[in-house]
Unconditional design. Structure first.
Length: 359
């Protein structure tokens, strides 16, 4: 296994659209959302460990989840857990982790990926990763793995690539914001648009150069800590300086402003597991298209529901179609699937009325 291969797993999000299962204290990446026996972060770590040495997989997360990471990933040491003392979006934490990795291995090639996505064809994923690493080892390139769109989804950003490029790896023409439905249909009809899955690859040299050129203030802030990184002084430096960083995504910070951006259209199935509906899509269904996690059910005249409860809880449902039904110790959610995007608003209302402890 190539010792220059590194990964950063992004595991600091809250996943509030998966409330009430996902909460600030225990977000979705640390849950077994599909009832497979592994949590999402465990699945992602094990998938990457087939390509990247385990000791080179770093987990980038909020300080409050440090213990959860170490409990769920027993092969990970504290050295590999990079803690954010403040929420500042993806660019500051990726720059911070990149400088740490560069100090350890200037020849490092890095993958950055969310810890909570679902990938089915893991062999195809591994091959795509190797192909991208090979390209990044030979070129000054910022790469992303783009997902072939299967329908005009308005919930994802899109990547437009050069349709005249015949090679597997394409120059990126531009990134597009989440479109409306008609625009998404046009993107798909053109045939040279991919979903942006937030999976990035580059050499550590290329990504740090991109930050230096495109985000000089952010780069200078974290450059001051180079002497402290990977030493006992690092924690104090980060506590003192991290919150000074601009709140900016890596897409805005470097990907949309750099000229050396490439995309490899992925050959694996992918789901971002961002909502109960996207989870429903990946779960096995009964004859009436009900998807069940953990529960024991007696279902009459009910279709298209997603049902999740504590292990082996008995659930009886009659006359309900296309609902999210989630039972947790202190919360019961019965909510139309068609309104799943409103769960964030509902969560805020719950916090306002009943207290922050429920979210």
């Amino acid at each position: 296994m190539n010792k220059n291969y590194y990964a950063i797993l992004m595991a600091g999000g809250v996943g509030s659209r998966f409330w009430p299962i996902s909460t600030q204290e225990f977000p979705k990446q640390f849950h077994d959302m599909l009832g497979t026996g592994d949590t999402l972060i465990q699945k992602t770590f094990n998938r990457l460990a087939n390509v990247i040495p385990k000791e080179n997989i770093f987990i980038l997360t909020n300080a409050r989840y440090n213990q959860l990471v170490l409990e769920q990933l027993p092969d990970v040491t504290q050295r590999q857990v990079v803690l954010e003392p403040a929420m500042r979006n993806t660019a500051p934490c990726i720059l911070y982790a990149s400088l740490k990795i560069q100090k350890e291995n200037p020849n490092a090639l890095m993958l950055v990926a969310p810890s909570d996505h679902w990938i089915e064809d893991e062999k195809a994923f591994e091959q795509n990763v190797r192909d991208a690493f090979n390209f990044c080892s030979q070129n000054n390139a910022l790469m992303t793995l783009g997902i072939q769109p299967t329908f005009p989804n308005t919930g994802y950003g899109y990547i437009e690539y050069d349709k005249n490029e015949r090679a597997a790896i394409k120059p990126v023409a531009q990134f597009r914001e989440k479109p409306d439905y008609q625009t998404a249909k046009q993107f798909i009809a053109q045939g040279n648009f991919l979903w942006n899955a937030g999976i990035f690859m580059w050499s550590v040299k290329s990504v740090i150069e991109a930050f230096m050129n495109n985000q000089p203030e952010l780069f200078e802030l974290f450059k001051q800590g180079i002497a402290a990184y990977n030493t006992a002084m690092e924690e104090d430096f980060i506590k003192e300086n991290y919150a000074k960083a601009e709140n900016i995504s890596v897409d805005y910070a470097i990907m949309e402003t750099s000229k050396n951006v490439y995309v490899l259209p992925a050959t694996f199935d992918w789901n971002d597991l961002g909502t109960w509906g996207s989870l429903y899509d990946k779960l096995d269904k009964d004859a009436n298209n009900n998807a069940v996690v953990n529960a024991q059910t007696l279902i009459e005249d009910a279709r298209g529901n997603v049902i999740r409860t504590p292990k082996n809880k008995v659930v009886i449902i009659d006359g309900i179609d296309d609902y999210i039904i989630v039972d947790k110790k202190e919360v019961l959610l019965i909510f139309p699937k068609a309104k799943e995007q409103d769960i964030k608003k509902v969560l805020q209302s719950v916090k306002d009325k009943f207290g922050d402890n429920l979210g």
